[in-house]
Design a protein around this ligand. Structure first.
Ligand SMILES: Cc1ncc(COP(=O)(O)O)c(C=O)c1O
Length: 459
């Protein structure tokens, strides 16, 4: 009998969590069960997912920003199908493939400061690793400065510039020559740059973990200092690029002109892993400095046709459907609606974001009974209240969200950029209801939370 993927999926769908528990990340599979995220999703389209029972879920994670265009976008899907049916010769390696050239041309058009040289890889961390190598090769300096709380990936190279102790611990020694500075502290940055040995200062223009937005003058001043001290300024746009914050690149909010930009996630249209490191010709060519060094940095799947086609189709859709503008207008509405809730619920400490990146930070309540519950939760695990909210949004509102990083009481929304008024209203209503319930110490938010605390304590 002919092998059929469709039949394999139908026959084995119910085994997915067991298989992960047995062969993949057992801890992760267990966590999904504990927090009530162990759904069997069978379909994804636009901003929604459906499970095996036909229940619909609003996807406010968008695969960590992979699905800015929504799932199964017809234009990208068609490009994938066209490419397969064309039987194009892929990955010949000893040639210069057309689609990579076209995508590089399209990306270059969208870059500030005339960045015109592109390197394609497979993941965000790949792109960042490339940026760091380019910076070292071009400046011939060893050190890299990054921001506290930064997240640039989890490969051994990018861990050296990861601002989260919980990610670094256990994997040392990391790449030497990397030092963190606090966001908004210009003096701390200049102190590092003045040494004259810093190849690059790398930032996420808005930090994904925690949704931390820099002060208005910080990034322009940081860029100016980098220029003054001969240090390259890298904007890691892996999560914030591709329209997420209401501009094609997040760094456009401050009119920045970085020396290197990294992109990934939605560039693959939700179908194919792909990333790009975009820089100036001179910086790029410092790595490929002689003919015999023309492959000194490369990755096997870097310019594969599926990824390039997905990239071309995705950029086309972003423009055609005005998704960057939509991200700005819908994001503003969402931010406004959630900010209004802050006045009514004392546990909402802050609502912040740009475009369709929105974070809500929680703080301890004043009322004695609630405070005791909060303190018990915090003692069991830092940031647990935010997890209770995430669990309630899933259970009662069928919304997929996440805590914005380890140990923080912040939740984060990264919906597809195609959402409209209906989804914005649904999110605001859901948060309103969850927060109203959270003011009742005997309500379900705390009850389910206490179950989670029991699990945390029994580990
Ligand atoms: C800003 C940033 N850089 C790099 C990465 C790493 O990307 P990847 O997981 O594709 O390696 C991420 C992932 O979330 C990210 O948000």
């Amino acid at each position: 009998m002919a092998w059929s993927l469709r039949q394999v999926i139908e026959a084995r769908q119910a085994d997915q969590y067991r298989l992960h528990g047995q062969y993949l990340n057992t801890s992760l599979a267990r966590v999904q069960g504990i927090i009530g995220f162990d759904k069997i999703y069978t379909r994804g389209e636009g901003a929604y997912l459906w499970d095996a029972d036909g229940t619909r879920y609003l996807d406010l994670l968008a695969g960590f920003s992979v699905f800015n265009l929504g799932r199964a976008h017809p234009t990208v899907k068609q490009a994938m199908q066209d490419l397969l049916s064309l039987d194009r010769p892929n990955l010949i390696k000893m040639d210069c493939p057309l689609l990579a050239g076209l995508l590089a041309e399209e990306l270059s058009k969208r870059m500030p400061g005339g960045l015109d040289a592109v390197f394609f890889a497979n993941s965000g961390a790949d792109a960042v690793d490339t940026a760091l190598k380019f910076a070292r090769a071009s400046t011939r300096r060893p050190r890299i400065i990054y921001l506290e709380h930064a997240f640039h990936g989890l490969t051994l190279g990018t861990l050296g510039i990861n601002g989260g102790e919980e990610f670094r611990k256990g994997f040392e020694p990391l790449v030497p020559g990397c030092d963190a500075v606090p966001m908004n502290d210009v003096d701390a940055l200049e102190k590092q740059l003045r040494a004259g040995d810093v190849a690059a200062f790398i930032v996420e223009p808005i930090q994904g973990k925690g949704v931390y937005i820099p002060a208005a003058t910080y990034l322009p001043e940081a860029q100016r200092l980098c220029r003054k001290h001969g240090t390259l300024f890298i904007c890691d746009e892996v999560q914030m690029g591709m329209g997420r914050t209401g501009r094609f690149l997040c760094c456009e909010h401050w009119g920045l002109e970085p020396d290197i930009v990294t992109l990934s996630k939605s560039l693959g249209g939700g179908y194919v892993p792909v990333s790009a490191t975009i820089t100036r010709r001179k910086i790029h060519d410092a790595t490929f400095s002689r003919l015999e060094r023309c492959q000194v940095h490369s990755t096997t799947f870097g310019q594969n046709e599926l990824a390039m086609a997905a990239g071309l189709a995705s950029l086309h859709v972003l423009d055609e459907e005005h998704l960057v503008e939509r991200s700005a207008t819908m994001g503003e509405k969402l931010l406004k609606g959630l900010t209004a809730l802050q006045e009514r619920y004392e546990m909402i400490a802050d609502v912040r974001g740009r475009g369709l990146l929105v974070g809500i930070e929680f703080k301890a309540p004043r009322s004695l009974a609630l405070r005791a519950a909060w303190t018990a939760a915090e003692a069991a695990q830092k940031g647990l209240f935010a997890q209770f909210v995430v669990m309630s949004l899933m259970r009662d509102h069928h919304m997929l969200t996440q805590v914005a990083g380890p140990g923080v009481n912040i939740i984060k929304f990264l919906p597809p950029l195609i959402i409209g008024e209906e989804e914005v209203t649904a999110i605001i209503t859901a948060i309103d209801q969850v927060m109203a319930e959270a003011t009742e110490v005997r309500g379900r938010v705390w009850a389910q939370g206490l179950e989670l605390v029991k699990h945390a304590l029994s580990r």
